[in-house]
Design a protein around this ligand. Structure first.
Ligand code: MG
Length: 290
């Protein structure tokens, strides 16, 4: 199932997107539940009844979980080729961990930087001159847990979505912790919707990113250094994962900093991320001045 969070007028709704991605049928949820976006469904064991479908083009999509309850967990350097391109970029404040890390590098983005498919990502050139894109498969946790074993990890997954882990490389390099460079306002496009876990084949799912129509990232989830059970086990070893937590699993090679000279994003650029079984997340980049 594809589960979208969207606005009709000022009201937030959560609905089922049809197979052909043409309509969305809202679930009969209280306004209070719908405010939590797709998280309202993650918390339910049976689906509520659906209202009449409406054309997708007539609604405004929001991020599937518009405001996660806490920071979005992220994995750094989790594809071999990307680990190499990043290590040679000069911006790698995690370089002491080695080109290919022995353990997952886990950082986070503040929940307030989440934005929706189609919404502008804001570039403030007084603050950063090096905005980059990172196409990523993101996991949505459905069952809380601590000390989750590898063999049980996928039972804790409710579904998946797409995240563009937008990054200010200069800020990422300046501070040894990545939070500021990763958490600039609007730097976490998420969507276009969430899908239940049966929709994604972790052993063979293509992940691609185009900038202004130019294919920059073209990989497969089978190339992950640390697979999703390993990531879940690593985080939950002492940190209780909670229902609704989002984990962005890392980006493949082809980010802007991997080019010589780097191809950073400029106002007017459009990033399009496509992941098999999920859909397309596309966002324009615009200039703002504080
Ligand atoms: Mg990333």
């Amino acid at each position: 199932m594809k589960i979208a969070t969207f606005k009709v007028g000022d009201e937030r709704r959560v609905g089922l997107v049809d197979e052909r991605e043409r309509t969305v049928a809202a679930f009969d949820l209280s306004m209070e539940s719908a405010e939590r976006g797709a998280l309202a469904l993650v918390e339910l064991s049976t689906l509520p009844r659906q209202l009449a479908p409406v054309p997708l083009k007539d609604v405004m999509l929001e991020a599937p979980i518009p405001r996660p309850r806490r920071n979005v967990f992220c994995v750094g350097k989790n594809y071999h080729e990307h680990a190499k391109e990043f290590a040679s970029s000069g911006f790698d404040s995690s370089a002491t961990a080695g080109v290919v890390p022995k353990h997952p590098i886990i950082f986070s983005k503040v929940p307030e930087c989440v934005t929706a498919h189609g919404q502008p990502v804001r570039i403030d050139r007084a603050i950063t001159q090096a905005v980059d894109y990172e196409a990523e498969l993101a996991v949505i946790i459905g069952k809380s847990g601590r000390g989750i074993r590898l063999e049980d990890a996928l039972d804790h997954v409710w579904g998946y979505t797409i995240v563009n882990d937008v990054t200010a490389r200069d800020l990422q390099g300046r501070y040894s912790q990545w939070l500021i460079g990763k958490s600039q306002d609007t730097f976490c496009p998420m969507g276009p919707w969430a899908v239940t876990r049966d929709e994604v084949d972790l052993a063979n799912t293509p992940i691609k990113c185009w900038i202004n129509g130019e294919l920059r990232q073209d990989a497969n989830t089978r190339d992950l250094i640390f697979d999703i059970p390993t990531i879940i086990a690593a985080i939950s070893a002492g940190v209780t994962l909670q229902q609704g937590d989002v984990i962005a699993t890392g980006t493949p090679a082809g980010v802007g900093i991997g080019f010589e000279p780097p191809k950073y994003l400029l106002p007017g650029d459009v990033a399009r991320v496509e992941i098999g079984g999920i859909g397309v997340l596309e966002n324009p980049f615009v200039e703002v001045h504080q």
